[in-house]
Design a protein around this ligand. Structure first.
Ligand code: ADP
Ligand code: ZN
Length: 721
């Protein structure tokens, strides 16, 4: 008789599924989290249906017994199906997907009681530079010695020294402390007629199976208020809800609104959690105690016990696309999760992606519309500023007409926002004498000057250098010039124009934590800021009633590069930032600086013809058989040695199968030809909608081998290329 055996998927992407013997008296159903021995190690894994996974058969005599079971609920079947689908669709190892379900084994098996520390505010008698750095960086933070040391970039010994010196205080944390339950009846809003219709329709969908819904409402129309009512209904029915946000920075305003509606905060999940918080949240999610979870895309794969609704807020945002590891699109995977869980999925956006609109057009998603801003707020008027006719003075970037509007807004005490999607002071530093440009040694990218932080930085790999005093090429002093503006330079220009105005720069450099975002919101609400200069970070989610003027510094910026989505992306971004203006009872106005007011994006924004713009873009995509009418996949080959990358890419190109409806372009240097010290070559696969392109690529690459120095990654449905 065959021994009782079980197939296990570990969290190690290099390993395929492994078979184990089930020891006498142990029952292991699929989904059960197990401890599996491998060599001298003990691995965490999940028991899987053996017939769903291919692996090498191992004889009974070579089977090792499982080492044990982990005391957490089994990974539910719908989530196992989602993991399989994700691995197949995005051509990734199942183990790599499973790591997103169980991101830290500490959360599973770690101790319940954790010892953490926080600063007492006391200054230690001996204040070394290391200690000073540690104390300033940990600020209000709490965590284990290891977490605080990593955060402050000092050794653990320095942290322990601070504990001994009394500068850090010990706290015991209970890793299983329950979360408060949101109350669906706490403070329901009074919805207007249009909102009521939409919210009724959403509420009726709860508990009735798979139902993908586009909630398409203009900025300020109350999309959040409306989907909150669907959340309330799901809570009443005893179900869990997941709300996906595109960035952590948006969490803080969301928490405030959620608390006002439901009486307590939801459970949050993002990369910045401490391990004790991670453990507590993971366990509450798996047990069903965490009723509402708000998180970044990584929260999509968590093992909810009784998920009843998924909301993807700002569903058009490109940051839902994961660009490393498993390269998935969280918006699309959210819909698939809804399918496997048999629950509704709400995609909320004022500027839905062409792909999403297309799904509505072909009847796969339904659409609920909100056409008006709530209350007295009106949609802002958008005006183009022609930089050719109304040019800024030399060395400046704000046109006289925009400056006049800023001045007028300051005079009446209203707030303004200048949008430029570029961090730092200047994107390029150049030597006037010899033409030398400061480039990143690891990437095909310029070093961006960050004057506030006194350095040049690469935005792709994080490489930094001190600001140069002389040209490394010709040795000239005083010959280096900053070319082009970043937000810091615009903020300088504003300060020069209006020395008394209070300005704030809002980028990921200044708003790096939820606490900083909260402080920014507080300062805006308190009227302590007159003019905000910000990147895309300020374009979404925020609601500042006294913000009435928005200036787009360079509307042409996003249109450079000729990317498939350039026009769509530009339109969405400007529409979103324009949506920050006039959300209260004072009307808003938007000035868009451009060299080409005739461009279709600008013309559509000014005339307010979003449907016309979308129709033209969709038609262009249809004609070129581009997504969503055709499919794309990028095969990226990278290696430290340029020749190695080129050789393997050529071999892959030669091996391309002839398949009807499929064309392969390249290899050619990838858009970032060098990234983090690796040379990158790309092959672009264009296929007909109906073709199972993953299957073709799997067979094609499966035949080939390359050394360990080469990395080959497939990006299915690439966002930008
Ligand atoms: P959107 O998400 O569509 O941009 P929000 O949900 O943020 O819109 O709503 C915009 C503003 O209007 C918010 O401050 C919100 O609280 C307010 N608001 C919307 N609908 C209502 C309502 N029915 N009653 C009270 N305030 C509302
Ligand atoms: Zn770099």
């Amino acid at each position: 008789m065959a021994l009782p055996r079980v197939r296990v998927v570990t969290l190690n992407a290099a390993l395929g599924p492994l078979d184990y013997r089930v020891p006498d008296g142990m029952a292991v159903e699929p989904g059960r989290v197990v401890v599996a021995p491998l060599g001298p190690r003990q691995l965490i894994g999940v028991a899987w249906e053996a017939d769903r996974l291919k692996t090498e058969e191992v004889g009974d005599n070579r089977l090792r017994p499982l080492a044990g079971l982990v005391g957490v609920p089994p990974i539910p079947a719908p989530l196992r199906r989602l993991c399989e689908w994700t691995a197949d669709y995005y051509l990734s190892p199942l183990a790599a997907v499973l790591r997103m379900v169980m991101p830290s084994s500490a959360a599973l098996a770690g101790p319940r009681r954790l010892v953490e520390y926080h600063s007492t505010g006391a200054v230690p008698p001996r204040l070394t530079p290391q200690r000073e750095q540690a104390l300033s960086r940990i600020d209000g933070r709490q965590g284990t010695v290891r977490e605080l040391a990593a955060h402050a970039e000092v050794s653990e010994a320095v942290m322990r020294g601070l504990v001994h010196a009394g500068a850090l205080e010990r706290i015991e944390v209970d890793g299983d402390q329950p979360f408060p339950a949101p109350d669906p009846g706490f403070a329901p809003p009074l919805l207007n007629a249009e909102q009521l219709q939409a919210s009724d329709s959403l509420k009726q969908a709860i508990g009735r199976g798979f139902d993908p819904i586009l909630l398409d409402g203009v900025t300020g129309s109350g999309k959040t208020e409306v989907y909150f009512e669907a959340i309330a209904e799901a809570i009443r029915q005893g179900k869990q809800v997941l709300v996906l946000l595109p960035e952590i920075a948006l969490t803080e305003p969301f928490l405030t609104r959620f608390t006002a509606r439901f009486g307590c905060e939801p459970v949050t999940w993002h990369s910045d959690l401490r391990s004790s918080q991670r453990r507590r949240a993971w366990r509450a999610i798996a047990s069903g105690d965490a009723r509402v979870v708000v998180g970044a895309r990584s929260s999509l794969f968590l093992p909810y016990a009784k998920l009843g609704l998924i909301v993807v807020d700002e569903a058009h945002e490109p940051s839902f696309k994961q660009e490393e590891g498993v390269q998935y699109h969280a918006r699309d995977v959210a819909v698939m999760r809804g399918h496997f869980e048999e629950i509704p999925v709400i995609l909320a956006s004022a500027t839905p992606a062409i792909e999403t609109r297309h799904m509505v057009e072909i009847g796969r998603y339904r659409e609920l519309k909100l056409t008006e801003r709530h209350g007295l707020a009106e949609m802002p008027a958008i005006r183009a500023v022609n930089l050719t006719q109304d040019p800024p003075p030399r060395g400046r970037w704000l046109a006289p007409s925009l400056v006049a509007e800023l001045e007028a807004n300051l005079a009446v005490g209203e707030q303004s926002l200048l949008f430029l999607n570029r961090r730092g002071f200047a994107p390029l530093t150049l030597c006037r004498t010899c033409g030398h440009r400061f480039q990143c040694p690891n990437c095909t990218a310029w070093m961006v000057e960050h004057r506030l932080m006194h350095r040049l930085a690469c935005h792709h790999c994080g490489h930094v250098m001190p600001p140069p005093r002389l040209c490394p090429e010709c040795g000239d002093e005083d010959s280096l010039v900053a070319c082009g503006p970043g937000v810091e330079r615009i903020a300088d220009e504003v300060s020069a124009l209006f020395p008394d105005a209070r300005t704030a720069i809002v980028t990921s450099d200044t708003i790096w934590s939820p606490a900083r975002a909260a402080e920014f919101v507080r300062a805006m609400d308190a009227g302590e800021i007159d003019i905000v200069v910000g990147t895309q970070l300020v374009t979404k989610g925020y609601h500042f009633p006294n913000l009435t003027l928005v200036g787009v510094v360079d509307a042409d910026l996003g249109l450079q590069g000729g990317d498939l989505r350039a026009a769509e992306r530009s339109f969405q971004q400007i529409q979103q930032v324009a949506g920050r203006a006039g959300r209260g009872d004072k009307p808003g106005r938007v000035l868009v600086q451009t060299h080409d007011p005739e461009a279709s994006v600008i013309a559509a924004l000014v005339s307010g013809d979003a449907p016309g713009f979308y129709a033209a873009e969709t038609e262009a995509r249809r004609e070129a058989a581009m997504p969503p009418f055709g499919r794309l996949a990028a095969i990226i080959v990278s290696a430290e040695d340029k020749g190695d990358a080129e050789a393997v890419a050529r071999r892959i190109g030669h091996a391309a199968p002839k398949v009807e409806g499929m064309a392969v372009f390249g290899p050619a240097p990838a858009p970032l030809a060098m990234l983090r010290g690796r040379h990158r070559q790309r092959l672009l696969v264009h296929a007909a909608r109906k073709l199972d392109v993953q299957d073709v690529i799997r067979d094609w690459l499966g035949e080939l081998e390359w050394g360990s120095k080469i990395r080959v990654a497939v990006d299915v449905d690439p966002y930008s290329f």
